[in-house]
Write a protein that binds this ligand. Structure first.
Ligand code: HPA
Ligand code: ZN
Length: 327
């Protein structure tokens, strides 16, 4: 397919990817064996069949259980290095990846192990793949703001290794405003600010992410279309939306990919980007998302795809030195 070949080769950025969500079933079993940890599934195929989610929460339950095999720096390095090779093969020149510090520290895994492993993989990706990577820790919104502030404090020794902060986990009943102080403190450290909003939550949570958290990008954001005033605001402010089509289908945010609002978001003049979210759980990496969308949404032509990929580079927080190399 000529369009797909073109899109694979085109430089692009991945802006919404949870590194814990790249834990493929095979690696989950390999790491469980490495550490002698029992898993609640007998084999890889049974685990894969459990990836049949009703909503965000049913996914998160399995996703946090899977992360229990990540214990040592080497595990985080192996996980991230495997991902970076896939990203490079998909034509990514820049990856801004999320991780959830609290998912690990609350299990007794030292933050130093997480950071050491991720940093090693990031250095190798730069060296061997020419891939530019930024790291964004997310606060878990089902936990307290006090816990988020403690997490930010614990991250301070690695301030210079971080690009920004994010907000993820269960959206329903956890409005962004609950984390206003933590985001203000992150902003005071000179960190970028992004937040998941408008995935399962209402448009009011997107407003809240912008107003209470000063989010520079909205992760997902697809439900903005329910509020015309919000759409106008996002268009005028040029706020990027990191849209994750296969994720939205797997978590039943939309019934079928054919019904996805990606074309409408572009038609509204919004800065939409395509991203993978949790590729090991949702059926694919960035090019798998792009390929599935080219089939399910044929109204997206070359012009729209060019716009989407261009948006991803423009919406990234990459330093100018990287941007020069992409031209
Ligand atoms: N939404 C919220 N939290 C998450 C997600 C998501 O799509 N993926 C991993 N944590
Ligand atoms: Zn996400």
């Amino acid at each position: 397919d000529a369009l797909l070949d073109l899109l694979r080769r085109a430089p692009k950025a991945e802006l919404h990817l949870h590194i814990e969500g790249t834990l493929e079933p095979e690696m989950m079993f390999a790491l469980a064996a490495r550490h002698g940890i029992p898993l609640p599934w007998p084999d890889v195929d049974t685990l894969r069949r459990a990836y049949d989610f009703q909503d965000l929460q049913s996914f998160l339950d399995l996703y946090y259980a899977g992360a229990s095999v990540l214990l040592q720096a080497r595990d985080f390095e192996d996980l991230a290095w495997a991902y970076f090779q896939r990203a490079r093969a998909d034509g990514c020149v820049r990856c801004e990846i999320f991780f959830d510090p609290q998912t690990h520290t609350d299990r007794g895994v030292p933050l130093a192990s997480v950071m050491q492993g991720l940093n090693a993989a990031i250095a190798r990706a730069r060296r061997e793949l020419g891939l530019s990577v930024g790291l964004i820790p997310c606060f878990l919104r089902h936990l307290s703001e006090e816990a988020a502030l403690d997490t930010l404090e614990a991250l301070k020794p690695w301030r210079d290794d971080l690009l920004g902060v994010g907000l993820d986990s269960s959206e329903r009943d956890h409005p962004p405003e609950q984390f206003a102080m933590a985001f203000a403190a992150a902003g005071a450290l000179g960190l970028h600010r992004v937040a998941h909003a408008g995935e399962e939550g209402p448009p009011a949570y997107i407003w809240d992410a912008l107003r209470s958290l000063h989010a520079e990008r909205v992760d997902h954001g697809v439900r903005c279309l329910e509020d015309p005033a919000l759409v106008a605001h996002l268009r005028e402010a040029g706020t990027p939306l990191t849209v994750c089509p296969l994720s939205n289908v797997k978590l039943r945010v939309v019934p079928r990919l054919e019904d996805h609002a990606l074309p409408q978001l572009l038609a509204e003049g919004l800065c939409a980007t395509v991203n993978a979210d949790d590729p090991a759980y949702f059926g694919g990496y960035l090019m798998d998302n792009i390929e599935a969308c080219t089939r399910a949404l044929p109204q997206l032509g070359l012009r729209e795809w060019h716009r989407l990929l261009d948006n991803s580079l423009a919406a990234s927080f990459a330093p100018d030195i990287d941007r020069i190399a992409w031209r």
